[in-house]
Design a binder for this molecule. Structure first.
Ligand SMILES: Cc1cc2nc3c(=O)[nH]c(=O)nc-3n(C[C@H](O)[C@H](O)[C@H](O)COP(=O)(O)OP(=O)(O)OC[C@H]3O[C@@H](n4cnc5c(N)ncnc54)[C@H](O)[C@@H]3O)c2cc1C
Length: 458
């Protein structure tokens, strides 16, 4: 099929946006998507914070939005406590969102190959030089480019087939994902305050995760749950099963008429040790860029696409497509989002050890206020004055068992932050940096009382 400057694999949020930005900069871009173009659609909770949209260099048309949100309501397992966390956002119509992004890419000059399935990378002389593609007629063809961006979602069809000794190919383990199922349904009652998404902590319904009710209008909603992949692996837990058991015939779904059903795997972990290799970058779910606490990945898919494209444009100016030449993507990603992602990963592992009773007690004692919850989820950290620390200290005294876990998490969040701030400026010293990361996690998870496979393999 010939040669391109850049091949982007996957026409989801990350891939379409990255290819749009690259073509706008004058590069010859192939966007390869396995689905038929009009069928591109991602099953999600559909919610996105407004700041992600505002950062985009193109303005979406209003029809990609199903609803506007003012914030989130967070409920304790016994439903006695409700936190209201303010923050504007949207419920997207994911079909229109996908079609809009693909058409913007096309208008910018991207060559779109839909119904074309990438089978894996072509590797020559230690660098990715293209991808092998299965065409609609069943024949295979090699596509070549200076740079390949894997934006194929959680399956990471290119990244996961790169040599295991390349940092970027680190496998995604069940302990680092959330398994999710959701339905878009119509109900026969008026949803209360549809301008607020609703998040419910409940370790029966969604162990190691949460269940959600995101209104799409006054009588339609996106409702589902995500549970910790480690529990699926060890105990066979299944999100669809829990949905059917707890939510499908509940007061929340009264008069349920299913509009769409589906599920998926959400990567909810620290950043990959590296997002690049010779001739290669990953973006979006393929690069595990999701928020580990709430599982929001549409915004980070846009952000990683933007930063990956910037690096690629720079690489073309310099003529350097090596791992070293593309390394700045790692640095910029960590600065913009990855450090927070790593800190939130530490926080989610602590959350995943809490029982319903502890969650009830912790929320009732307001161990963290709404503002602090927002600060942790926005920044991944808490910047506290002495007085704030004193106030938190007093609150912590009321629920010592939960408080000690919270303190532990906050301490290790800071350790991880310092380490990520000292992320290597070049690949040569990544190995010793990674060793330090593993030893922080080993100490932390030991104290939390959980075992992680990546640590026994490291
Ligand atoms: C149930 C669920 C609920 C979620 N809720 C939310 C939410 O409310 N808010 C939020 O922000 N995030 C949510 N997420 C996460 C979010 O959906 C993802 O993080 C985000 O959509 C990732 O975008 P992406 O472009 O990286 O990947 P994708 O949207 O998965 O795009 C990947 C594309 O690559 C294509 N592809 C795959 N393999 C190949 C191949 N071999 N060859 C060619 N093409 C290929 C796919 O067809 C697809 O079009 C949720 C996820 C799930 C599963």
């Amino acid at each position: 099929m010939g040669n391109f400057d850049v091949i982007v694999v996957g026409a989801g949020t990350a891939g379409s946006y990255a290819s749009y930005l690259l073509a706008k900069a004058g590069l010859n871009v192939a966007l390869i998507e396995m689905k038929r173009r009009d069928k591109v659609f991602k099953t999600t909770g559909d919610a996105i914070g407004i700041h992600h949209i505002e950062r985009m260099s193109i303005k979406p048309p209003s029809d990609v939005y199903a609803i506007k949100y003012e914030g989130a309501e967070l409920y304790s397992p016994d439903l006695s406590i409700k936190y209201v966390v303010l923050g504007k956002g949207f419920g997207l119509d994911m079909a229109k969102w996908a079609q809009w992004l693909i058409s913007e890419a096309e208008k910018a000059g991207v060559h779109i190959f839909d119904d074309h399935k990438v089978q894996g990378p072509i590797i020559e002389n230690g660098a990715v030089s293209g991808v092998r593609v299965l065409k609609p007629d069943g024949s295979a063809e090699d596509f070549r480019a200076k740079v390949v961006i894997d934006a194929s979602g959680v399956g990471a069809v290119v990244r996961s087939r790169l040599p295991r000794e390349w940092w970027v190919s680190e496998p995604l383990l069940p302990e680092d994902v959330s398994n999710a199922y959701r339905e878009i349904i119509q109900v026969d009652y008026e949803i209360e305050k549809p301008e607020y998404i609703k998040i419910y902590l409940d370790t029966n319904i969604a162990p190691g995760g949460y269940w959600w009710l995101f209104p799409k209008s006054s009588n339609t909603m996106n409702i589902g749950l995500g549970l910790w992949g480690k529990l699926s692996e060890e105990n066979g837990l299944n999100p669809r099963h829990n949905y059917d058991k707890y939510l499908a015939n509940s007061q929340y779904t009264r008069g349920r008429k299913v509009i769409h059903m589906g599920g998926g795997i959400v990567p909810t972990r620290r950043p990959l040790p590296s997002l690049v290799a010779n001739g290669f970058l990953a973006a979006g779910d393929a690069a595990v860029t999701v928020n580990p606490v709430h599982g929001g990945g549409i915004g980070p898919a846009l952000l990683s696409a933007e930063l990956a494209s910037k690096t690629v444009i720079d690489a073309f100016e310099k003529g350097d497509f090596t791992e070293r030449g593309l390394w700045r993507y790692n640095i910029e990603y960590l600065r913009a989002y990855g450090i927070k992602q790593a800190m939130l990963d530490v926080f989610r592992l602590m959350l995943q050890t809490l029982t319903d009773d502890q969650l009830n007690k912790g929320l009732r004692a307001r161990l963290l206020t709404e503002d602090e919850v927002l600060e942790i989820s926005e920044r991944g950290s808490l910047e506290l004055s002495f007085i704030d620390k004193l106030k938190i200290g007093l609150r912590l005294m009321r629920v010592p068992d939960v408080a000690s876990k919270l303190r532990l998490a906050l301490r290790y969040m800071n350790e991880v932050k310092s380490l990520y701030e000292a992320y290597p400026e070049s690949p040569s010293v990544l190995s010793s940096w990674y060793g330090k990361l593993a030893s922080i996690y080993r100490e932390y998870t030991g104290r939390l009382g959980i075992t992680l496979k990546w640590l026994s393999n490291t």
